[in-house]
Design a protein. Structure first.
Length: 188
């Protein structure tokens, strides 16, 4: 079983295409490609974490349309970390879990990594190599060495594994504020 992460798919949201300069001609095409990309990597026995903003817009208020998208998600377990656009119809879907903040054990380290839709300055075990995975900022910021944007807009519209996230983290600049908020962390 593998664990996959994604954020900000904005299913059913026509305007996100122009807002984020997504390369799709229509919301129908965007939704189809997002689902196709998920199925390309997420296997039936895997877990999928959506780190906020599953769907948005007028069509996302239609429970039947949302359910149709949800039913097409791959994986044995589907989790939602609530984002600012996750309204009551999205929250009512049959997620295996719904959180505002979650800690997930993945990768080689013993401590859990923190998932929150919003980028944070610090989190549990930030000084002990725990990563923070977030969305919300779309294609505006990749993150820092210990906090990585897992949004579709910066991952070619694909879910990503912990290994991919950790590799990107190692290539990003250090978190400029970690030493300001975490005692004992050396300023770089």
């Amino acid at each position: 079983m593998a664990i996959w992460y994604t954020a900000d798919p904005h299913f059913l949201h026509e305007n996100v295409i122009s807002f984020c300069d997504r390369p799709f001609r229509s919301v129908h095409e965007m939704d189809a490609i997002l689902l196709e990309n998920m199925h390309a990597v997420v296997k039936p026995e895997d877990e999928l974490w959506v780190v906020g903003d599953f769907a948005f817009g007028p069509k996302a208020k239609d429970q039947a349309k949302l359910a149709k998208i949800f039913e097409q998600l791959p994986g044995a377990k589907k989790h939602l970390v609530v984002g600012n656009h996750d309204l009551a119809p999205t929250l009512a879907l049959p997620w295996d879990s719904v959180h505002h903040l979650a800690e997930v054990r993945d990768g080689p380290h013993r401590q859990a990594h923190t998932l929150c839709h919003y980028p944070m300055i610090t989190w549990n075990h930030a000084r002990r190599q725990a990563l923070h995975m977030f969305g919300h900022v779309h294609n505006n910021w990749l993150g820092s060495r210990n906090a990585v944007n897992v949004g579709v807009d910066v991952w070619d519209f694909m879910p990503v594994s912990f290994e991919q996230i950790a590799k990107r983290a190692s290539e990003l600049p250090p978190n400029k504020h970690l030493a300001d908020v975490e005692p004992g962390v050396a300023k770089k």
